[in-house]
Design a protein around this ligand. Structure first.
Ligand SMILES: *Cc1c(COP(=O)(O)O)cnc(C)c1O
Length: 483
């Protein structure tokens, strides 16, 4: 039975409320039957109700007037359903100039890791099953050997992220006792990870030594008591102390700790597994170096310079790692099979370091030749100029990328980008640039740049899919502003 035709006339505002069809009437429309098939009766019925409620409200407020004929309803309903079905988590173009952008998901996984994750999702795995003995296994064992091979550590374990790695290490080795750390290393990372808070949360007493800019060996020696359980060194990953400074290096600190019968834990933060200096990038301390310098436990992130999934790696001496693995927090912070699959595949790439700059996206982007980025900027600029329209000027220019995620904060990488400026600069310039930035973010694959120096800046170091970027530009909807 088909519904009677709906009135599509549009008249004065009070009258129109009556013209809105009932939910029942809409549900009987043939166009809606098609949507039932595609998306299910419950979901579509809910969307019909919500749509009619929205329209009713809009009309009460005297806002826009909608065609209430069958075609108008079907179109509005389809658009609404399509937008509801778009996943909330979606790909974006990160053109911010920050390669490892925490808010945009940090490292992009290598293809090998993506394949491994898909496989681990599709079928049962030997996650905690020893295939030799047929007995229960240990999930850490899947990557432990590889991590040890690459870092030179005796033992390793993996948790949810580096914040958990630090928390677990401190809780397992020093609960109810004292941990000595330099005042120059009480870092805050991203607002919610602050070393003093982590210490408190782990149930240890933090003993700060030295000053903000200078800490000496004797400060540590003097602070050791019968209650000390751990000496801690934190890599100042997102800031630099410059000028009249002094810090105690790892080797010295290891000597002091070991002299007192204590372990030294080093939180590296990023912890690159390769020496970045070989690519002309600034050197970032490696876990190999920290261990060779005498550190007993080293923690670092999986999704920073390592270029893998979100994870926290804890490597070091068997004795301490064993204690850490047995702590109840380890179970609470353990990683999933998806993380382990991605991590194993990413780490395996390090066995062939010569290919890292092509196969590991993080290193590929960080080492991308400037001429290539520059050529890319020139190539996409005309399409961008057409899309943003005559009110904006689009020019290529030099920009500076940063590694991000607290790695090497003061070292910038020369890059190329596009500057979009208002042709008529004046009072509304900032607002118009923000409107443009919002329009770019509203594209099907949102484009994220940054507004600085009266320009919207897109750093092209991290643009790899030029065709997809250019293809969606004609859909850019920049409201022309009266000026
Ligand atoms: C990034 C960082 C952390 C936190 O690591 P997540 O993997 O983000 O949890 C801890 N310490 C240092 C020094 C860092 O740089």
């Amino acid at each position: 039975m088909s519904a009677p035709p709906l009135d599509s006339t549009v008249r004065g505002s009070k009258m129109q409320l009556k013209e809105l069809p009932s939910v029942d009437r809409v549900l009987k429309l043939p166009a809606v039957a098609v949507l039932f098939d595609a998306h299910g009766r419950t979901f579509v019925t809910g969307e019909v109700r919500a749509l009619l409620l929205d329209w009713r409200e809009a009309r009460l407020l005297g806002k826009s007037v909608h065609a209430v004929d069958e075609a108008g309803i079907a179109a509005a309903l389809s658009a609404r359903i399509e937008s509801r079905l778009t996943p909330e988590l979606k790909p974006v173009f990160n053109l911010t100039g920050t390669v490892l952008h925490t808010n945009l998901g940090r490292a992009l996984l290598p293809d090998e890791a993506i394949v491994a994750v898909a496989q681990a999702m599709r079928a049962p795995t030997n996650l905690e099953f020893d295939l030799d003995s047929g007995a229960r296994g240990d999930r850490d064992a899947l990557v432990e050997e590889l991590v040890c091979e690459l870092t030179g550590a005796q033992a390793a374990t993996v948790v949810n992220n580096n914040a958990s790695a630090v928390l677990l290490t401190i809780a397992a080795l020093a609960a109810k006792r004292e941990v000595i750390v330099s005042r120059g290393e009480l870092v805050e990372i991203g607002g919610s990870f602050r070393m003093p808070d982590v210490m408190k949360c782990a149930g240890v007493k933090m003993i700060e030594v030295g000053t903000t800019n200078r800490t000496h060996a004797r400060d540590f020696v003097d602070a050791v008591t019968a209650r000390t359980a751990l000496v801690m060194k934190v890599h100042p990953s997102n800031y630099a102390v410059k000028g009249f400074t002094a810090a105690v290096d790892e080797a010295q600190l290891a000597d002091i700790a070991h002299g007192a019968g204590l372990p030294l834990a080093v939180d590296l933060g990023s912890g690159s597994l390769v020496d970045l200096a070989q690519y002309g990038l600034p050197h970032e301390p490696t876990p190999q170096e920290a261990l060779a310098n005498g550190a007993d436990i080293v923690t670092f992130s999986g999704d920073k310079l390592l270029g893998g999934p979100q994870a926290g790696l804890i490597v070091g001496k068997r004795e301490w790692i064993g204690k850490i693995k047995k702590h109840p927090l380890k179970r609470a912070l353990r990683v999933s099979k998806l993380t382990l699959a991605a991590l194993e595949a990413t780490l395996a790439l390090y066995r062939h370091p010569e290919q890292l700059t092509t196969r590991l996206p993080t290193l590929r982007l960080l080492t991308r030749p400037l001429v290539e980025i520059d050529a890319l900027a020139r190539s996409v600029a005309p399409a961008l100029a057409r899309a943003v329209g005559a009110q904006f000027e689009v020019v290529c220019g030099a920009v500076q990328s940063q590694i991000g995620s607290g790695s090497l904060p003061v070292d910038l990488l020369p890059s190329a980008g596009i500057f979009i400026r208002c042709r008529k600069e004046g009072k509304g310039t900032g607002r118009r640039l923000n409107v443009l930035a919002a329009a770019l973010r509203a594209l099907p694959v949102p484009v994220i740049g940054r507004v600085a120096d009266n320009a919207l800046i897109l750093d092209l170091r991290t643009l790899e899919d030029e065709a997809a970027f250019v293809a969606q530009l004609p859909g850019l909807n920049v409201r022309p502003t009266a000026s």
